[in-house]
Design a protein around this ligand. Structure first.
Ligand SMILES: CC(C)(COP(=O)(O)OP(=O)(O)OC[C@H]1O[C@@H](n2cnc3c(N)ncnc32)[C@H](O)[C@@H]1OP(=O)(O)O)[C@@H](O)C(=O)NCCC(=O)NCCS
Length: 231
């Protein structure tokens, strides 16, 4: 297994997925939106709906509801970046958490980057929405966000038995290190350019628009149902 310090920085992921509005791919309809304080309640619902085996994969331990609640309550939207995918019922079906740590706090990466911060990403997708590309899209969004924020090292930790996550990491070109049943994956990112900045801005705008459309549609349906006396 390579140590991060010895891996060639050459094959840097370009994160060249098409910007929103380009020809359809299997993941085109997945809109990843940056989350804020107003999404906290739905985030809690998302995490509480994860079964024990998913909580083990996501948090490395089977977190009880109480600790899941505390985790969500403590999320700091000013310090970290949270991403989400909403379905048409305005349920949060995917959540990604991008946390930043000083390079020196993560000795594994101290020599792998000259940037001040490294990023760590964790994600989960609701059981009913898996294998639709949502996890991949969340990951891609996290990576481009890092690029645009001048962070060039993106790290993920998961169980070595988490084949789905390892598939996503491999597709992105991450270096994967397995030991003692766990896997550390990291990705060196190419620097931002005008196209990556534009791509993220467009994706966010489209996702915000998509969310507003879903919220308004839902409100209109509720109102019509209330007129008809339907609950
Ligand atoms: C890991 C997780 C986020 C993936 O989300 P997702 O939306 O289903 O992922 P995607 O649909 O984008 O991609 C899944 C990929 O893994 C592949 N895959 C699915 N099951 C697999 C398996 N058992 N073995 C290998 N690959 C598998 C899919 O075919 C797909 O690859 P493709 O795009 O080449 O077809 C989701 O399963 C989850 O929430 N798991 C519980 C929490 C967790 O494990 N979090 C990660 C640790 S931080």
């Amino acid at each position: 297994m390579n140590s991060p310090a010895t891996v060639s920085p050459e094959p840097l992921l370009s994160m060249g997925s098409p910007p929103s509005g380009e020809p359809a791919g299997p993941h085109t309809a997945v809109r990843v939106k940056e989350l804020s304080e107003r999404d906290r309640r739905r985030m809690l619902m998302h995490f509480l709906a994860l079964v024990d085996s998913d909580r083990l994969l996501r948090f490395g331990t089977v977190l009880p509801d109480e600790l899941v609640t505390r985790y969500v309550q403590k999320l700091d939207f000013a310090r970290d970046t949270l991403f989400g995918v909403y379905n048409s019922k305005l349920e949060l079906i995917g959540v990604g958490h991008l946390a930043f740590a000083p390079r020196d706090a993560m000795p594994l990466f101290a020599e792998a980057t000259t940037k001040e911060l490294v990023a760590e990403f964790g994600l989960s997708v609701s059981a009913s929405a898996r294998s639709m590309g949502i996890g991949t899209k969340l990951f891609e969004r996290a990576a481009i966000h890092c690029r645009n924020g001048d962070v060039d090292t993106l790290y993920m930790h998961c169980l070595a038995s988490n084949h789905t996550m390892i598939r996503i990491a491999r597709k992105a070109g991450m270096q994967i290190h397995r030991s003692h049943g766990e896997a550390d994956a990291y990705l060196k990112l190419v620097p931002a350019n005008p196209s990556s900045v534009m791509q993220e801005a467009v994706e966010e705008q489209v996702a915000q628009f998509d969310y507003t459309l879903k919220a308004n549609t839902r409100a209109a349906v509720k109102w019509l149902n209330s007129l008809r006396g339907v609950k």
